[in-house]
Write a protein that binds this ligand. Sequence first.
Ligand code: SF4
Ligand SMILES: [Zn+2]
Length: 120
Amino acid sequence: MNQEWRLHAACRGTDPAMWDSPTYRSGADTRREVAAARVAMAYCATCPVWADCDDGALRRPPVGVIRAGRAYDGEGQPSKDCERCGEPILTRNRASARFCSVNCKNLTHYHAAQRERIAA
Ligand code: SF4
Ligand SMILES: [Zn+2]
């Protein structure tokens, strides 16, 4: 397979540790890892070969790393998007999680309660 696109990857030459999925390893400083993952994903967002990378990631799910703007866990499952803001969910319990942060969760519940109050 032609891998020439890798020469143009935005992540080329960056620290490989930056591309570890924050949800994969245990005992890590979650907040720091999530912040680092967001930096990695910002690289992906401007990457000129994102489509090639995403295609490869879809065909061979990576394990425990970030690829094409998604964090993959130990089973190669990609992160889901937050139901409120659309950002990737990077917390450890993301299989059941619906929001990227406590803030998004609280705002969603607050607005639902407001709607109920208005409808009553
Ligand atoms: S999309 Fe992200 S992981 Fe893929 S080549 Fe570009 S910067 Fe690297
Ligand atoms: Zn969110």
